[in-house]
Design a protein around this ligand. Structure first.
Ligand code: GLC
Length: 738
């Protein structure tokens, strides 16, 4: 529909009709028996029958038949027959679940994430959905925070590359095209900076840190054309994001040029009262509207207050018109005025969902997300050996993360199911060994309803352990699939202790007493304290929550069919006391690289370095990276430098190395990090093969928020590093001359 017609439509709408376009309800509010809804949740929320009739969008419901029916009935009652928007959290897959986003970050392959997002979009679109609340691009540094699993990690450059790729995957070049949905970049802004890693907690960031580290990935998603942005729950420097005019009007819409729909997070506008920023719901409505929030997710703050505020001239109706116009424009970009059902198709649901092509992609992505943390010769395994699989993830379908709410764990391939096809049946056994969680941890999972795991009685646990230890005694090699419960990461799952569940550590210790050949396969949503695991296991393979094809991909990696190439997108701390820990930290005036000296920036009880650093990951083969070569000694505004290395596969088998480029600005008006990731290349090499890898260093790469508040580069010396982890010391020097 042309923009003029949209404007004419807007002008013809009543005030309440416009306000209700800004209301988003759960899909469950639309059902045959409305009586229960009206006297129950609707009444509790202060939402009337008229609001339900006119709400502009819903979240949390999917299915072609269901949404087609809902759309038809809604449009018949909507005074201007405006179509409804259908939104859902399709975070890392719809029914075919891909590796969780932090795992996708470990692939260092944004193009692969783009394919995964496109496949998810196709399954979502045929299921009737128009918008996904993804990608979450929050920078994360604190492993205690449960939502690190939903991010691509601790680095602004890596996160930006993935943000762009995922938006492109979900939306393509035109979100109105078949099998595309609107992407929603979230959570704006800096939700990952929650104090002490505690969920929904305060975020205090100086503008320098906000701009240099936290904002780039949102901007990358917006520059990629994201049609929607979601506000975050947190305050940023004392003002809740959803009523933060500076953040939303000046930064998001002004500097970043975002002109799409800004939706609040779930009840986040109402929560500005609890924050102590809004005096009451009317005040919250006024402040959020003035901040430019277009949709109020699941509260009646807008629908119950804006009309009166306009009538009392406390808010300008033009602000409502502006927000509603953006909502209508989004519906228009999706083509809903011409076809309100878009791609909803019951027949295609049957052929597209969980199709072989998507499963193959899920298996490829999982295999590339695995990070080999340690390998003292036990991997890849010899399938002819006598092998015991011992651990609660041996035959566990729950490997799709807590943020795969449309997925079905029952569709997952378990390790056991995949191993049975490859390992010698006579010489391979499978044992859970213990439950995922002991009673203490189960108790901590309050509020998870019937998803909550049940405790296993003590005597049964002892039987499981005894059987496992017996099997371990008789095996040549023990493979131990261990990990967090999937409900221990994701929203509202902050953990002060980041260890494996005690019941599993006991299993590992008991097995280690009778067999020293242990391979640990780790399922987790966050970096964990792996000191004891790394000490007791000869090999450690990080598999995160790998998704629908997880078991198959893990067996591919265990047997060497796939050679692990993943690199950590987030530092694994030495212990929780070191958190937050991240590679791109500042040097300080007393760096600890001066040996055993007292007055240095260090701990007296642990090292400064994380157990496993950002960018780290081993392979089944070995790579050599030559010293850095530069084609000059200075970068100017007009002249770039080329840096190159030769990478050689010096091992016995093919493999892929992720060659990483880091820069350090030695002295600047604002201190700069010890290293900053500025580029990476995945290099596939056969045994003995070598290739040259080059990076171009230009002036834009050197820019940062300077002391005078402007963004730009400054003359001076730089160090340049090229290696296969952030702790590389393979360096060269150059100058920037303005
Ligand atoms: C949740 C999450 C957000 C999600 C939204 C809708 O609370 O914070 O990421 O998209 O509500 O489910």
């Amino acid at each position: 529909m042309e923009r003029e017609k949209l404007k004419a439509l807007l002008d013809d709408m009543s005030l309440q009709e416009k306000i209700d376009q800004m209301l988003q309800l759960m899909g469950v509010f639309y059902q045959e028996d409305m009586e229960g809804i009206l006297t129950g949740p609707a009444r509790n929320m202060g939402v009337g029958e008229e609001d339900i009739r006119l709400a502009g969008s819903i979240l949390g419901t999917y299915g072609a038949a269901k949404l087609k029916k809902l759309q038809k009935e809604y449009m018949e009652k909507q005074p201007h027959h405006i179509p409804m928007l259908f939104m859902m959290d399709v975070i890392h897959g719809m029914k075919t679940i891909f590796p969780m986003p932090l795992a996708q970050g470990a692939t260092f392959e944004p193009e692969l994430s783009e394919k995964c997002a496109a496949a998810a979009a196709k399954e979502a679109a045929v299921s009737g959905l128009h918008v996904t609340f993804s990608p979450m691009v929050d920078l994360v540094r604190d492993a205690r925070w449960g939502r690190v699993m939903e991010s691509n990690g601790e680095d602004p450059y890596l996160n930006s590359r993935f943000a762009k790729a995922q938006v492109k995957g979900f939306q393509g070049e035109d979100m109105g095209a078949p099998y595309k949905v609107c992407a929603c970049v979230k959570h704006f802004a800096a939700y990952g900076g929650a104090e002490a890693g505690r969920e929904y907690n305060t975020v205090e960031l100086c503008e320098h840190t906000l701009r240099d580290f936290y904002l780039p990935s949102y901007k990358a998603g917006i520059d990629a054309g994201a049609g929607m942005v979601m506000t975050s729950f947190n305050t940023l420097n004392g003002i809740p994001a959803s009523t933060n005019k500076w953040l939303m009007r000046e930064i998001l819409r002004g500097e970043m040029g975002f002109d799409g729909v800004l939706i609040s997070d779930f009840s986040a506008i109402l929560e500005t009262i609890a924050h102590g920023h809004s005096a009451d719901e009317a005040d919250a409505a006024k402040k959020a509207l003035e901040a430019g929030v277009d949709i109020d997710m699941m509260t009646s703050v807008y629908s119950a207050n804006l009309r009166k505020l306009v009538e009392e001239k406390a808010v300008d109706e033009a602000l409502i018109d502006e927000g509603v116009m953006r909502i209508l424009e989004l519906k228009n970009r999706l083509g809903l005025f011409e076809n309100p059902y878009k791609d909803a198709d019951e027949e295609e649901e049957k052929t597209v969902i969980l199709c072989r092509e998507h499963r193959n992609l899920a298996r490829e992505a999982a295999g590339k997300s695995f990070v080999l943390l340690k390998n003292e010769g036990l991997l890849p395994v010899d399938t002819e050996k006598k092998i015991a699989f011992i651990g609660p993830y041996t035959n566990n379908h729950e490997i799709i993360s807590s943020w795969a709410i449309t997925g079905d764990a029952s569709s997952c391939i378990t390790i056991e199911a995949a191993a049975e096809k490859v390992f010698d049946r006579e010489r391979t056994t499978f044992h859970p060994g213990c439950p995922v969680l002991g009673p203490k941890e189960v108790k901590g999972l309050a509020g998870f309803g019937d998803a909550k795991p049940v405790s296993v009685p003590e005597e049964e646990q002892e039987k499981m352990l005894a059987e496992a230890v017996k099997a371990a005694k008789e095996a040549d090699l023990v493979i131990m699939p261990l990990g967090e419960h999937y409900l221990q990461s994701g929203e509202a799952t902050s953990r002060a202790m980041i260890d494996l569940p005690e019941v599993q550590m006991r299993l590992l210790r008991e097995v280690a007493k009778v067999n020293e050949n242990i391979v640990v396969v780790l399922f987790n949503g966050r970096p964990l304290d792996l000191r004891e695991v790394s000490r007791l296991a000869g090999s450690v393979l990080e598999v995160w929550f790998p998704g629908t094809e997880g078991g198959a991909a893990i067996v591919d990696a265990l047997t060497g069919k796939v050679n692990p190439s993943g690199k950590l997108p987030m530092s694994f701390p030495y212990c929780v006391g070191q958190v937050p820990v991240h590679y791109n930290a500042y040097v300080t005036g007393r760096p600890d690289n001066m040996g055993q000296v007292r007055f240095r920036s260090k701990y007296i009880d642990i090292p400064n370095e994380p157990l496993y650093p950002f960018g780290y990951g081993l392979s089944y083969t070995q790579f050599e990276i030559s010293p850095v070569r530069l084609d000059g000694d200075a970068v100017t505004a007009k002249k770039a430098l080329t840096a190159s290395v030769t990478v050689k596969n010096t091992g016995e088998r093919a493999g892929t190395e992720v060659v990483q480029l880091y820069l350090q600005d030695i002295a600047a008006s604002v201190v700069r990090p010890l290293k900053e990731l500025k580029g990476f290349r995945k290099v596939e090499l056969k045994a003995g093969e070598e290739k040259e890898v080059t990076f171009v260093i230009d002036e834009p790469m050197l820019r940062f928020l300077r002391a005078d508040g402007t963004v730009g580069s400054e003359e001076g010396d730089f160090s340049l590093f090229i290696g296969n982890s952030s702790n590389t010391d393979n360096q060269a020097k150059f100058r920037y001359e303005a």
